[in-house]
Each structure stands twice: as structure tokens, then as C-alpha cells.
Design a protein around this ligand. Structure first.
Ligand code: HPA
Length: 271
């Protein structure tokens, strides 16, 4: 794994003339348009990148975008690898390993999720303060390579407090009602049954989704600072569960996109 990562890093650095971005952004549902906020200097499609997971989905669009936001250098993942697509956790998190060694110190991860906190509504934006990992496979399972990080990783601060504080201040200035809460990750691809949404709530989470947690675990393994943002695209309760489907999720994510984009842009400019 170490050699594979370093090979890919060398491949990318060659293509980008050692661009060395400080920020990494995973563009999930609700942040796709963020690509337009980046002055792109280099774009490399996943299919081209040495050792990157091969997409099995036809017409799958995926690329790394290298560019700037103001004076800050960023790399963005346009399209991510989900566990439910059939990739194993090492594949899902491989791009995060690569990001670390092309210079990324701060990782911003976005997603769409189903809300179970009754104070939430569709279209709300929630900052992740913590997470619960209920995925069936752990990305750090297996032999540990100490060059990446420790065998037994401390997870007391998965999402950097400092970035959270900065985001709260920015949201205040932008008059964005930024919710805060715990994200619980399930493998999907089914949406939850009503009983499962109730379980998610009983477990202490505020929302549920099918991504993000593996990436954050691997980023923390390599001591990257993380920031997570989620768009509440549906509510997992008695009144609303019938409306949960992919189209509604995409629609709600799109409607919240301007807010999320501006917040993330300002977070990068101010941290
Ligand atoms: N459950 C799981 N993943 C999701 C949901 C949900 O309700 N909404 C968006 N992604």
C-alpha cells in the first residue's frame, strides 16, 4: 500500500508540476458546484491516474481538480468512491492516502444525509461534530503501516475543533443557520426503514448517510485535520419517510448548495 500510494503521488506531482495543495475537498451531494469556485490549473480524470480504483459504472465521471481559491491551493475530488458500489475500504480511502502525500493538511468532506433530529428540516446544513461508524468493514483493518499512522488510533477529535469554531463564526456572518450534530454511517444502498431511522436516533446520531466516515478515519490516521458538512436531504420519521428517494435527495442537495459552497469557500480562505 505504501509503495502504491507513493507511486501515485509521484505520478500526480509529475502531471501537476508539484502543485502541493494544502486543502483537500471531497465534493459530495450538495457541494458539486463548488468545482466552479476553484480556478482550476490541472484536471486529471480518475481513469488516467495510476493505481486509482477503476470505475465500473458506465459514464462515471470522476476527476481530481487542482487549483486555487484566492491565495489557497486546493485539490478537489469530483466524485467519490462509495462502499456500496462494491469497492473495499482500502479502495474507498485510497485517494485520501494520496492527498496526504501531495501536500494536503486539511480535509473537507461533504455529503447528503437523512435527518433524525426533530429540530432539523429538509435543506438544513449540518456541521459534523462527531460520527458513529456502523460500516461493516473498517478501513484500518489488517496489518498497520506505521509510516501512515498508529495501530490504535485516538478518535477523540475526528473533526478539528478549530475548523468548527471558524465555520461557526463564518456561518454567523453569512447568516446561515448552521446546525451541528453527529453523523452515523451505514453501508446502504437502501435507505433506512422506519425502525432503522429510529435506531439511528436512539444510538445518539442526528443524521444518517452512506459515506464520509471511512475517509475521515483514514485522514485522521495520517493526522490530517478534518471538517465535515452534511446537507439534510430528507427526514427519517413517520411523516416523511415515504418521500425518501434519490431524486428528492438530489433536489434538496441542490437547493442547499449555494449556502454550502459559500461556507466552504470562506472556511478555506480563513483557516
Ligand atoms: N439515509 C442514508 N443516506 C442518505 C439519506 C438517508 O436518508 N439521505 C441522503 N443520503
Amino acid at each position: 500500500m505504501w509503495n502504491k500510494v507513493q507511486e501515485t503521488v509521484a505520478f500526480i506531482n509529475d502531471k501537476t508540476n508539484q502543485f502541493l495543495p494544502e486543502y483537500g475537498v471531497v465534493l459530495g451531494s450538495g457541494l458539486g458546484g463548488f468545482a466552479n469556485d476553484i480556478s482550476v490549473a490541472y484536471e486529471i480524470s480518475y481513469a488516467e491516474i495510476l493505481n486509482f480504483p477503476v470505475s465500473t459504472v458506465e459514464g462515471h465521471k470522476g476527476a481530481l481538480l487542482f487549483g486555487t481559491i484566492g491565495t489557497k491551493k486546493v485539490v478537489a475530488m469530483q466524485g467519490r468512491f462509495h462502499y456500496y458500489e462494491g469497492y473495499d475500504m482500502k479502495q474507498v480511502t485510497f485517494p485520501i492516502r494520496v492527498m496526504k502525500y501531495i501536500g494536503v493538511e486539511k480535509l473537507i468532506v461533504s455529503n447528503a444525509s437523512g435527518g433524525v433530529n426533530p429540530n432539523f428540516k429538509v435543506g438544513d446544513v449540518m456541521m459534523l461534530t462527531d460520527h458513529i461508524n456502523m460500516m461493516p468493514e473498517h478501513p484500518l483493518r489488517g496489518a498497520n503501516d506505521n509510516r501512515f499512522g498508529p495501530r490504535f488510533l485516538n478518535m477523540s477529535e475526528p473533526y478539528a475543533k478549530k475548523l468548527q469554531e471558524t465555520a461557526i463564526n463564518i456561518a454567523h456572518e453569512l447568516q446561515i443557520d448552521l446546525k451541528k450534530g453527529v453523523y452515523l454511517a451505514l453501508q446502504g444502498p437502501t435507505f433506512e426503514t422506519l425502525a432503522e431511522y429510529k435506531m439511528v436516533k436512539a444510538m445518539g446520531a442526528d443524521c444518517v448517510g452512506m459515506s464520509t466516515v471511512p475517509e475521515v478515519i483514514v485522514a485522521r490516521h495520517m493526522n490530517m485535520e478534518c471538517f465535515g458538512i452534511s446537507v439534510i436531504t430528507d427526514m427519517g420519521d413517520e411523516e416523511n419517510i415515504e418521500e425518501v428517494n434519490h431524486e428528492e435527495v438530489l433536489l434538496a442537495a441542490k437547493s442547499a448548495e449555494p449556502k454550502v459552497r459559500e461556507l466552504i469557500k470562506q472556511l478555506i480562505l480563513n483557516s
